[in-house]
Design a protein around this ligand. Sequence first.
Ligand SMILES: C[S@@+](CC[C@H](N)C(=O)[O-])C[C@H]1O[C@@H](n2cnc3c(N)ncnc32)[C@H](O)[C@@H]1O
Length: 311
Amino acid sequence: MRGFLTTKAARRTLRPIADLIDQRIERRIRRSIRDPDGELQRELAALRRRQEPLELLFNATGRGVSRLPADVHLKRGIDELALMTGDSDDAERNIAQAFRLLIALEALGVGRIAGGTMNICGKLAAVPLLDPPNDEILEIGTLYGMFGAALIRMMERAGRDPSLTIVDPLAGLQLQPGTTERGDPTGTPVRGPAVRTNLALAGTAGTAARIQQGFSEDPEVRALLSDRSYGVIIIDGDHSAPGVLADLAWAEQIIAPGGIVVLDDFGHPKWPGIKEAYDKHMATDTRLTYLGQVANSGYLRASTESRAASV
Ligand SMILES: C[S@@+](CC[C@H](N)C(=O)[O-])C[C@H]1O[C@@H](n2cnc3c(N)ncnc32)[C@H](O)[C@@H]1O
């Protein structure tokens, strides 16, 4: 009998009966979880109603992207940071603190921080952990200045005294060669006063930040901002290959020995010019060494030899 039941012919004959049994079982299960008095349904609806306003804290409305990273992205971000810095406890702590800061600043500030949640948290967490050689930070491309404000906070949390310099055209909207200029999802124009308001959220260091309106490739802007060696340079302005190449060449001259260069949107499929410029730059006689990547940012460190010694 057992032998017969396992034959192909028996299986074909018995299939309609097996299907019928399956359907009955399914119906029983549905009936048993059906909620005769509608109590479960009401509870579910009440939970949904309660959750919707909470989701406003994290969802994409009014900023273009959701701030709730998938579990797998969160874990990957922590792992990438731990791999680069060699400390998984610090990586997890800094990412958690950066995440809370991002939510708080976007709730309270004007505009938003650009980019995906893990990329932002990665940058905020990584820079202090990479222990830059001095507290001078240059951000090329700031949009609303909110990332700069957040980075000041993260550096202060690490016991540092950050001094921020920003360069951005502050042109009313985000300028990006090769892309269509659209209004920002926040509805807020990109203007100096918005940047100042956001920086003020970061206290004294934020208020003291230097804001240079203009383009990073402009010789006058360069002359004004090349007055010091920066411990950290964030390259997040013109995302085209020639633009990034020009910023890398400038960074090469003004980064302090041992300083950190962050290349935003590194390897991002939407911005192939960044990796293209990186590859070109790294083929030159550079002081920069690749440290690693966290989400969509690449991290480089300048050699500890001073520029004069290495030339
Ligand atoms: C992606 S946003 C910067 C986002 C910001 N770093 C953040 O994390 O929120 C790019 C900014 O760079 C500006 N920008 C474009 N070309 C630039 C250039 N040549 N020099 C400086 N800023 C530039 C854009 O107008 C925009 O405000």
